[in-house]
Design a protein around this ligand. Structure first.
Ligand code: C2E
Ligand code: MG
Ligand code: MG
Length: 795
């Protein structure tokens, strides 16, 4: 066996095996027509290969001739199968038709095969057959008869047609299957090319027919092109079916227009959306159907894209989104457009609602802060064409929190809506009325000619608000605090709002139920506050905050028993500042706990130095605690550190908390105070009697001392009631084992009365003002104790 022979046998064996495997895979899917055909095609290819291999391998002439005749069975029928396979891909749906085609196509192969078997009698296939040697192989050499040529032309015709069909199917596949399509195309042309090459090579004296090998390759490519998509065989039919079905059931309208923008076809949804019968629509011009806006979008160079149109009467107006895509058949066979119509009315409404929600207050439906600022900005930019000034009123219903607390939030909301409705009713048309927060509102007035007009608007607002609140169970009388800011429009809207807001807060602080304009004074005040806030931080670093001490005396003897530490700020530029000047700012900028801590340390440190030896007893020092510091979890540690660092005795330290600090969750404060007591310090309730009906819970407070508020002391000499309250508190104190310190004693008369009422301790300008440490120490050193201070009018 020569090398080329070996190669030949290996080639034949490999192709037979591959054909067998592929055929088996085809038959496994024999329930699909494509699968069955594929199986048949590959077994035919395999049989052809096998027979031609055997034919060449045998040396016996008779057997060679028999094998060559048998070979004609696959040779004649394979083009028919191939053609059917291609036909199947090209979308012929009817099985009946395919079988009919098969039967008619098999006529010529059947005749051919019959003639092959009976060739001895008529020689229509071969005229002569002899054995020749060709490149080491002994092969049959035939000269062909007339029918051979009929059959050859027929087979080629089928092959060429099949190739065309397959190429068309490949070309028609969606872009999605581009890779599969190119493999399919390759598979389609391979048999044709192979048979031409064979014919060419045969003329050059080659023995081998390449066509069966070509079918192996074709099989592989076909398998590759179809394996990922089992549906490929049905795709040409199923996919268009699905597409037309989609058109029927989809909710979007699809309208096909011709080149003249006349309706060629519509799907059912288009009819439903436009509320017309499909028959009515067909043939209509798009302008009649969708209005001039649509025509506008459908003329011009490029018409692809998207636009929106509105159709219908004002009551039932609907919005449609229209998608346009141009249609074009090659070689000028036709042009048009396809429109996809979607009803987006509900979506538009939803969008509008969302937008409204984003810019309006949910409770009252008024504009919110964003919309207000936007309107102001717009008004400012329109400014050039208008005269006059803009006013922004910010107002807040006084004590509205109490309404919520007493009547409940539902009633609060109702009253708020009612008040808003009233104000809206008398608002100028061009005004923007907005809700900023809770019970805080703003009214933006445009193009007001003068201050009087603005004043009228404010007065109107005040009377309107005062009128509301009535009709409820408690006949409420609302009042408002109004802040007014004015501008010519040369300002950021934010800044205008800030000014009005600041003015409103000033009105509130000045006692509510009033109007405050933003002016240079308020501006200066706010700037000063802002500056103090910044400076305060530095003051803590620079130790500019110092403790002053006010003596606390026994009212029986005027003997000093302790001192209250009161903070002062030695401001480098503004001089000595009092707590009232900066404590609320400290609260705003969250420095209260730091200040309290600094004063606490200073007080303990200072009190250790107080010259007490001459007095024969130790004095206590009293330190004020803010609400923030009382709630500060670090407070016990601060106290401990201050005591440890100074060596001061805990029982001599008095911590004062004002009565109103305790408003709120009572249990927390009680726990806090009890914790402090455990550290050994004493607690005093400061400013007692003014803020809250705390007599009720005085019993439950872990305190040893009550400081009677200065207001009672001041009124003591003029007002029976104050005297009465003072007596009650003093007696209660005795009963509960509490010590009472009366605050703000300025006159000997007050002193005398308090002493008579049984109040044991007191402080006030009469006994000494708050003074720097050095002065306080001098005072302590200058008197000798038991006799007490020498005060004129001492009882
Ligand atoms: P307070 O604790 O009730 O202190 C008493 C206030 O009354 C002091 O005002 C004191 O100067 C003033 N006063 C005392 N005797 C008389 C008098 O006879 N007549 C009048 N008219 N006033 C008198 P001051 O020092 O301005 O402090 C005001 C408030 O600031 C204090 O009221 C206290 O609540 C708070 N405060 C002061 N220092 C601190 C501190 O270090 N921390 C905290 N958290 N608060 C402090
Ligand atoms: Mg105090
Ligand atoms: Mg006080």
């Amino acid at each position: 066996v020569s090398g080329s022979q070996l190669l030949f046998y290996i080639g034949i064996s490999v192709s037979v095996v591959i054909c067998g495997v592929l055929a088996a895979m085809g038959f496994r899917q024999r329930r699909r027509f494509g699968g069955l055909l594929f199986g048949l095609l590959l077994s035919w290819g395999g049989a052809w290969s096998l027979l031609s291999g055997l034919e060449i391998a045998t040396t016996d002439f008779e057997i060679k001739v028999i094998l060559a005749k048998l070979e004609y069975f696959p040779i004649t029928t394979l083009p028919v199968l191939w053609f059917l396979f291609a036909l199947n891909y090209s979308g012929v749906r009817s099985m009946k038709r395919i079988i009919l085609v098969l039967l008619s196509l098999l006529i010529i192969p059947c005749i051919t095969f019959f003639l092959v078997l009976t060739n001895e009698w008529h020689h229509l296939i071969w005229t002569t057959v002899s054995l020749i040697d060709m490149s080491g192989f002994s092969v049959l050499d035939c000269s062909y008869g007339r029918w051979f040529w009929v059959h050859t032309v027929y087979s080629y015709a089928l092959l060429i047609l099949a190739t065309v069909y397959l190429l068309r199917a490949a070309y028609g596949l969606p872009m999605l299957y581009r890779r599969q399509a190119s493999l399919l195309a390759l598979a389609a042309v391979i048999p044709l090319i192979a048979s031409w090459i064979t014919v060419y090579l045969a003329q050059q004296g080659a023995v081998l027919d390449l066509t069966p090998f070509a079918f192996v390759l074709t099989g592989i490519f076909l398998w590759l092109s179809t394996k990922r998509f089992k549906l490929l065989a049905v795709m040409p039919t199923l996919v268009p079916l699905a597409q037309s079905e989609v058109l029927e059931i989809m909710n979007d309208g699809v309208i096909v227009l011709d080149q003249g923008a006349r309706v060629l076809s519509v799907n059912p949804a288009a009819g439903t959306l436009l509320q017309k019968k499909s028959t009515e629509i067909a043939g209509q011009h798009v302008g009649e159907l969708l209005g001039p806006a649509a025509v506008h979008h459908l003329t011009g160079e490029t018409v692809s894209g998207q636009f929106q149109i509105e159709l219908g009467d004002s009551g039932a107006r609907r919005t449609y989104d229209v998608l346009v895509s141009p249609l074009e058949l090659g070689w000028g066979r036709g042009r048009g457009n396809v429109l996809v119509l979607r009803d987006i009315t509900e979506y538009k409404k939803f969008e509008a609602r969302l937008e409204h929600q984003a810019l309006h207050d949910y409770l009252t439906g008024l504009a919110n802060r964003d919309l207000l600022l936007d309107r102001i900005q717009h008004a400012f930019s329109r400014r050039r064409h208008a005269q006059g000034t803009f006013y922004l009123l910010a107002f807040d219903i006084d004590d509205f929190k109490d309404v919520n607390n007493t009547l409940g939030h539902a009633e609060g909301d109702r009253l708020l809506r009612e008040t808003v409705a009233r104000i809206q009713h008398c608002c100028p048309a061009a005004a923007t009325f907005a809700r900023l927060d809770g019970d805080e509102f703003a009214l933006f007035l445009e193009d007001i000619p003068d201050d009087e007009t603005a004043d009228q608007a404010v007065a109107q607002l005040l009377t309107t608000v005062q009128g509301s609140g009535t009709g409820s169970r408690d006949e409420l009388q609302f009042t408002v605090s109004v802040g007014v800011a004015k501008t010519e429009g040369h300002m950021e809207p934010d800044e205008l709002l800030r000014q009005a807001d600041a003015a409103m807060h000033a009105a509130k602080e000045a006692g509510k139920n009033r109007v405050r304009r933003f002016d240079s004074d308020l501006d200066a005040f706010l700037r000063r506050r802002a500056r103090l806030g910044v400076d305060l931080k530095q003051a803590l670093v620079d130790s500019d905050l110092v403790a002053y001490y006010q003596p606390i005396v026994s009212l029986a003897t005027a003997e000093i028993v302790g001192g209250e530490a009161l903070v002062r700020w030695q401001h480098p530029e503004l001089g000595l500042l009092m707590p009232n000047d900066f404590l609320d700012i400290a609260e705003e900028v969250n420095l209260m706990t730091s200040i309290d801590r600094a004063v606490l340390s200073a007080a303990c440190r200072d009190a250790v130095q107080w010259p007490c030896a001459a007095l024969g007893k130790r004095l206590f020092v009293s330190v004020n605690l803010s609400r923030a510091q009382l709630l500060n979890p670090e407070l016990p540690r601060h106290v401990e550190t201050a005591l440890r660092d100074s060596g001061f005795d805990a029982p001599q330290l008095l911590l004062e908390v004002t009565e109103n600090t305790l408003i709120g969750d009572h249990s927390i404060f009680i726990r806090r105070l009890a914790d402090l007591q455990k550290q050994g310090v004493r607690i005093a309730i400061d400013d007692f009697g003014v803020h809250y009906a705390s007599l009720r819970y005085l019993r439950s407070l872990p305190a040893q001392i009550v400081k009677l508020d200065r207001s009672f002391v001041t009124d003591l000499t003029v007002d029976d009631c104050s005297r009465h309250v003072t007596r009650v508190i003093t007696e209660l104190g005795v009963e509960l084992g509490l010590e009472i310190i009366a605050e703000g004693i300025e006159t000997a008369e007050q002193w005398r009365l308090l002493h008579e009422l049984g109040c044991p301790l007191g402080q006030g300008y009469l006994f000494g003002r708050p003074q720097p440490l050095a002065e306080f120490m001098e005072l302590l050193a200058s008197y000798s104790g038991a006799d007490g201070l020498r005060i004129p009018g001492k009882p």
